[in-house]
Design a protein around this ligand. Structure first.
Ligand SMILES: Cc1ncc(C[n+]2csc(CCOP(=O)(O)OP(=O)(O)O)c2C)c(N)n1
Ligand code: SF4
Length: 278
């Protein structure tokens, strides 16, 4: 080996950990993992400059399956953890990931405030319209007439969130939707999301074959948005409202001011740590 040779460029495999995912066969989350590792390899970032923070749920296991810094946190609090990390280490590229239950039920309030705070984070919701880990309850993205859950055998009767619309209204500066049936397209979206300065929200349509086997048909319905990315929130809102939730691409991107905590009062980590010394 030539010691003066440049180190080989990282590959997606370099960003995978030695742990074998325990997701069910056919789970869309495998493709999200592939898209994330592809995107990181493309960005060529050193592993120690990246962190992936997750909540709790099948999808949130993703943190353990990558080789970057990670924190498999508590249910619904991934964005709170990630915001704290980004505040302390603004130099890191911070990815945040979890399910629709994690991010929109118990974590819903953190989601809307993360959107309006506009810290430089990339947040992936792996949306399977169900709580997978707890065996198939309705989530905030479940259709009101889904009757297969034992908890809601007549359907929840509750209108679902449109995650992209919620993110737009709450002030997110980058909003996109990808599909696990197109992991390369999802990886491209993730690269754009990580390159964007501000809060980037990516809804990844990620089927749960175990509790939502009908989602295996999504591949026949998903298609690319016909129009270009908009920087106009009114136009983007109309597009989201007119869509059935199955169109993919970067819906909205705008350069809103990025939140940097402590601006003008940079106390440094040393003084913060000393406050917590026992
Ligand atoms: C405070 C708290 N409440 C409830 C739970 C139980 N719980 C674990 S995962 C989960 C929902 C998972 O659904 P989702 O976030 O959509 O992820 P998926 O498993 O579908 O990937 C719930 C309710 C918990 N772990 N902690
Ligand atoms: S229960 Fe659903 S979301 Fe969880 S691992 Fe299995 S297929 Fe994936």
């Amino acid at each position: 080996m030539d010691p003066s040779a440049k180190p080989a460029a990282p590959t997606p495999k370099d960003f995978k950990s030695a742990l074998k995912p325990i997701w069910c066969p056919g789970c869309g989350d495998f493709a999200v993992l592939n898209a994330v590792t592809k995107a990181l390899a493309f960005m060529g970032l050193p592993r120690e400059d990246v962190a992936l923070i997750s909540g709790i749920g099948c999808s949130s296991r993703i943190a353990a399956y990558t080789s970057v810094y990670g924190f498999h946190g508590v249910h619904g609090r991934a964005l709170a953890l990630a915001s704290g990390l980004k505040a302390a280490r603004p130099d890191l590229t911070v990815l945040v990931a979890g399910g629709d239950g994690d991010g929109l039920s118990i974590g819903g309030n953190h989601f809307i405030h993360a959107c309006r705070r506009n810290m430089d984070l990339t947040y992936i919701i792996m949306d399977n319209e169900v709580y997978g880990m707890t065996k198939g309850q309705a989530s905030p993205t479940t259709a009101p007439d889904w009757t297969s859950s034992k908890l809601t055998p007549q359907g929840s009767g509750i209108r679902p969130f449109r995650p992209a619309g919620l993110a737009l209204t709450a002030g997110a500066s980058f909003i996109a939707r990808g599909f696990t049936g197109d992991p390369n397209g999802l990886a491209k979206i993730l690269v754009a999301a990580m390159q964007h300065k501000g809060f980037s929200f990516v809804q990844a349509l990620s089927p749960c074959p175990t509790f939502r086997p009908e989602q295996m048909q999504w591949k026949h319905h998903v298609r690319a948005f016909e129009c270009e990315t908009s920087s106009d929130p009114v136009e983007a809102a109309q597009r989201i409202q007119a869509d059935d939730g199955m169109s993919t691409g970067i819906i909205f991107r705008n350069e809103y001011p990025v939140f940097r905590p402590g601006t003008g009062v940079d106390r440094g980590m040393g003084s913060i740590e000393s406050e917590f010394a026992i």
